[in-house]
Ligand binder design. Structure first.
Ligand SMILES: C[S@@+](CC[C@H](N)C(=O)[O-])C[C@H]1O[C@@H](n2cnc3c(N)ncnc32)[C@H](O)[C@@H]1O
Ligand code: SF4
Length: 427
């Protein structure tokens, strides 16, 4: 999967930084790569104060979209039964040290589970929350949104729905291999709104094969007409081994970085005019509707990840579950979480990731607060890269707050490349 230094998953495009890193952190770890590829000369792992997130990966989809590399399989009654038992077993192995602040069910398509299974998963999760979370998100695909599922979700305490629309244009939905129609998006959205969730997000994708400016403007207009509380706009990443990746390799679709930049810039203006503030590279919200779970993750607070392929940053280490149902279950049957790519969470590593991911956010990074949070990190190393970023017009600082410029947002991979290793490299 992609990472900050080689942003376009597979390094194919290189315009925007790891645009879906909110998802990748949850699934694969903050940098989307084996996190221990960086070094630190600090040994002792630190307990992590602050909020705690809970990510549950539900690895089932009705079909595989042509662009998607998230771990998922076609569901069967037996697989779902085994998965639900696995999550229950995994929750019992986690050391729950504090109440859970936010919950996020992603996938895959969590909304594909039958209402009774949603209730069962909800009960498993609720038993470990230690109170009512501030936010509980679920990802739904339009084709599987039913009133019965929404009732179950309201009942267990879900507060936020994220609906994967991607596009409203039949030809583009077709080009993505999506299993839904534009009519299904409208119907699903209407049902979600009628069910009364506190916050509703729509996922859209841009820079799709055959999508010109007018088509993207059209998709934005249709999304805005629905008045969601939040919009995630993801630039298409060609993920290795997907159908679109193969088409790219065969020359049947082409990359066009200039078009990506034009569409991305057009998005900022259009959504700002409509009252949606951009708060992160790919995320826009009406006041009060930014996704708290993702904000806490980008700030490098802790989270527990359950389910195959889910990453965790908890108990002094970071790691990921195997991206395979059988291997994940085999570990649980042995009474252990088969965590892979484990790395100790040193202050330097957390400080560096809080810096890199903090810069994804429009608010930027309060360097004084970060220094106070991680006082032992080698902050003196930061002056030179910050000066270089400023000289290149990619970042600016004022009052000890560092943030990327509009140019930096378009070239966010370069920003990440400049900062990676700055606090963690051996002396
Ligand atoms: C796991 S999917 C969402 C949930 C649900 N399965 C669905 O597709 O509606 C999360 C989101 O990631 C985005 N996404 C997935 N793969 C992507 C890719 N290769 N490039 C850009 N965005 C991608 C899509 O917008 C998608 O809605
Ligand atoms: S985009 Fe969503 S529905 Fe499509 S394969 Fe990926 S997880 Fe499944």
């Amino acid at each position: 999967m992609g990472e900050i230094v080689a942003p376009a998953a597979g390094g194919e495009r290189g315009l925007l930084l790891d645009k879906r890193s909110d998802r990748r952190e949850r699934q694969h770890g903050p940098l989307g790569e084996a996190p221990d590829s960086r070094h630190s000369n600090e040994a002792p792992p630190q307990p992590q104060p602050g909020p705690l997130g809970l990510y549950v990966h539900v690895p089932f989809c009705a079909s595989t979209c042509d662009f998607c590399a998230f771990y998922q399989v076609a569901p069967s009654a037996e697989l779902v039964r085994g998965y639900l038992a696995g999550v229950a077993a995994e929750t019992a192995l986690v050391e729950w040290t504090q109440p859970v602040t936010t919950v996020f069910w992603g996938g895959g398509t969590p909304g594909l589970l039958a209402p009774a299974d949603l209730r069962r998963l909800g009960a498993t999760v609720r038993s470990r929350l230690g109170g009512e979370p501030e936010e509980w998100t679920i990802e739904l695909a339009p084709a599987s949104v039913t009133a019965a599922r929404l009732d179950a979700l309201r009942e267990i305490g879900v507060t936020r729905v994220s609906l994967g629309a991607q596009s409203f244009q039949p030809a583009l939905l077709d080009a993505l291999g999506r299993a839904h129609t534009r009519e299904q998006i409208f119907r699903a959205y209407e049902r979600v709104r009628a069910a009364g969730f506190a916050s509703v997000n729509l996922d859209l994708m841009f820079a799709l094969p055959g999508q010109d400016e007018a088509a993207w403007e059209g998709d934005l207009a249709e999304a805005l007409a629905l008045a969601p509380d939040h919009l995630s706009t993801y630039c298409l990443t060609f993920e290795e081994d997907t159908k679109l990746w193969v088409k790219l390799a065969q020359g049947r679709v082409k990359l066009d970085p200039e078009r990506e930049a034009r569409l991305y810039e057009a998005t900022w203006a259009r959504l700002a005019d409509a009252g949606y503030a951009q708060y992160e590279i790919s995320n826009f919200a009406r006041p009060g509707h930014a996704c708290r779970h993702n904000l806490n993750t980008w700030r490098m607070h802790g989270w527990v990840g359950l389910g195959p392929s889910a990453a965790s940053q908890h108990g002094g280490e970071r790691g990921a579950n195997p991206a395979d149902l059988a291997r994940w279950q085999a570990g649980l049957a042995r009474g252990e979480r088969a965590t892979e790519d484990r790395v100790a969470l040193t202050p330097a590593l957390l400080a560096e990731d809080a810096l890199i991911f903090g810069l994804r956010m429009n608010a930027g990074v309060d360097l004084a607060a970060l220094r106070a949070r991680f006082p032992t990190a080698p902050w003196e190393n930061l002056a030179a890269p910050i000066a270089r970023l400023a000289a290149d017009g990619l970042a600016e600082s004022a009052d000890d707050t560092l943030h990327i410029t509009a140019r930096g947002r378009l070239l966010a991979d370069a920003v990440g490349a400049e900062l990676i290793g700055v606090l963690t490299a051996p002396p």
